[in-house]
Design a protein around this ligand. Structure first.
Ligand code: 8X3
Length: 258
């Protein structure tokens, strides 16, 4: 995909401010870098301050320490991001565990719901007035897990399906407002932390997720799609893009080389 000149750029020199949650690693960090390259002034938001400070310094952006499940932290993020926000990327979240329903770790489910659903809702709600004023855009990073359940995935699939519901309702609710609402649903993306976090630091188990897959997606592949969505002309709303590696034809259909 090649990016075109963004229509929301009156001067052609700046796209305004983009806020990226979960920017400390993986898709979030890659997206922050990509948006900086697209001319956005990027606010890198995440809990791990040292990581986002380093990232922000490298891309001429700003770091704001923020746990999206903490309402006061979200308030601070809005205040520090300022009035020029034209783009919000709801990326914070992730998976915890892969146990069957009969063994469900409901605390982990609650944590997933808090970050993926309530966090995205809180950030969106808080930035919406600014996005309306600035004719902005909000992009949610969900997952192919939102498409349907898979064994051991109920807690994560439920959270991502709920996050997708926010996208759908919001787009209907604000159709009369100048704000675009998009969703990117990644399939298998090999990042340093997604599966490691899911399996509570068990690197061996995390590695089995990608075993034999010649070329899983990497974070930059998703950042590329987000950068493209973010730079469409203002009348173009990309509703949802599903992105998988070629070797993954469906959630359960993954080609693995011996
Ligand atoms: C990542 C996709 O397959 O782990 O969001 O649910 S999967």
């Amino acid at each position: 995909m090649t990016s075109q000149s963004p229509s929301q750029t009156p001067t052609g020199t700046s796209n305004g401010t983009a806020v990226v949650t979960g920017a400390s690693s993986g898709i979030g960090a890659a997206t922050a870098r990509r948006l900086a390259a697209e001319g956005f002034s990027v606010v890198c938001a995440a809990r791990r301050t040292d990581r986002i400070e380093e990232l922000a310094a490298g891309i001429g952006g700003r770091a704001v320490s923020c746990d999206v499940t903490d309402p006061q932290a979200v308030e601070r993020l809005v205040a520090e991001a300022g009035e020029d926000v034209t783009l919000v990327i709801n990326n914070a979240g992730g998976a915890l565990g892969m146990e069957p329903v009969v063994e469900a770790d409901l605390d982990a489910w609650q944590t997933m719901y808090a970050a993926n659903v309530l966090g995205a809702a809180a950030v969106t709600k808080a930035f919406l007035p600014t996005l309306i004023t600035n004719q902005g855009q909000v992009i949610f990073v969900t997952s192919t897990a939102a498409d349907g359940g898979y064994e051991g995935g109920a807690g994560y699939c439920a959270a991502k399906a709920a996050e997708r519901s926010i996208v759908q309702s919001l787009r209907l609710e604000i159709v009369d407002q100048p704000v675009r609402v998009s969703e990117v649903a990644p399939g298998m993306v090999h990042t340093e932390e997604f599966s490691l976090t899911r399996f509570h630091g068990d690197q061996e188990r995390a590695d089995t997720v990608y075993a034999g897959v010649a070329a899983p997606l990497v974070a930059d592949d998703i950042a590329d799609v987000i950068g493209w969505i973010a730079t469409r002309p203002e009348h173009v709303n990309i509703d949802r893009i599903t992105v998988r590696p070629r070797a993954q034809a469906a959630q359960h259909k993954v080609h693995r080389e011996a």
